[in-house]
Design a protein around this ligand. Sequence first.
Ligand SMILES: C[S@@+](CC[C@H](N)C(=O)[O-])C[C@H]1O[C@@H](n2cnc3c(N)ncnc32)[C@H](O)[C@@H]1O
Length: 356
Amino acid sequence: MVDRGHLGVLPRPTKLADESYLEFLESFRDVLLSKMFPAMAEAGHARMAEDGLDVADPDLPLPVIQKSFGKSPIVPTWQRFMRSQQEMMWRRTRDSFAARADEELAWLKAGEAKGPGRLVIDPDFKVPDYARREIHLQPGGYTDDPLGGIVYHYGTKVFYSGTNDQDELHEELAQLATPPVDGKAGRIMDLGCTVGQATIKLKDRFPDAEIWGLDVGEPVVRYAHARAAHQGVDVNFVQALAEAMPVEDGAFDMVFAYILFHELPLEVIPRVLADVHRVLRPGGVFSIFEFPSASQHLPPAYRFMIDYDSRDNCEPYSPGFVHADFRGMLAEAGFAVADGPACSNGFLQSIVATKL
Ligand SMILES: C[S@@+](CC[C@H](N)C(=O)[O-])C[C@H]1O[C@@H](n2cnc3c(N)ncnc32)[C@H](O)[C@@H]1O
């Protein structure tokens, strides 16, 4: 099998046929989200009104919403399409890169020995069971497939409907990350970094800083390191737990986390917040871009979608997160909590939490 190279920073699938099949899925997903979801929301909300329900009532129980939504045929059709496109996308992505697995693994191995950044893997590290779920239906999840890095990277190209092919979203988020008021940002942690797309963009923004990406998944940090090393970017990666970082107290000026918390069991979140508080120096800033949580009242269609996502797209922890008082948890952990700068994805909340 021939490595078909990269388009910019994006690896190409093994065959043109795979690339074109996945391009179809990218358009399909875009249609499902940008055209069919609004139509489904409108139909569901209209059914609710017919059933005498107030769409603006934030206290409506989810089963009541589901009952009204379920009366519109567009709703189960949308759910089936979403599930099927996700299954088709992972299967084809994995099959495509598995066809040249030897080369991919050799590329990872070659990256391991390369600098300028470091890769830290503790051979005794134990992955907790909660982190081994196949989130978003990715085969092997973040932790158990040696090809998990490249599969995640190309799979999320489809997930972002082509809008993040050159890490554009990660670049935007890195530009929006809030530095401490004294401007000192010598050490920065990208928490739950996956394949290190934001980690690299943080280095572009803060070229003099020592930057670390930390993730529980060995395949994803290996891929992140190889990718950065092959690009010659000086960032470091470590396989570790966000709730038990192998880092000294007060060692970091900034911690950044993009869509980590909705993928954590609710009981783990306070432990992560306590550890972030520990590793930040006083005045250090935690910049967070994340799913909405309890303080934002979601319209019924979004509540319906998050519940669907939880059951049919393996997001076991997100319903717990969206109903939690996340900002209250941050305050409880000792942070001063404020709104952060909004990003182009209006669904996400942005928080700046400063260590007091
Ligand atoms: C949705 S992904 C984050 C996306 C990523 N921040 C980006 O820039 O694209 C969630 C990540 O959190 C990681 N994760 C989950 N639980 C973790 C934990 N306890 N400690 C560290 N990483 C964790 C997963 O392995 C996964 O890579």
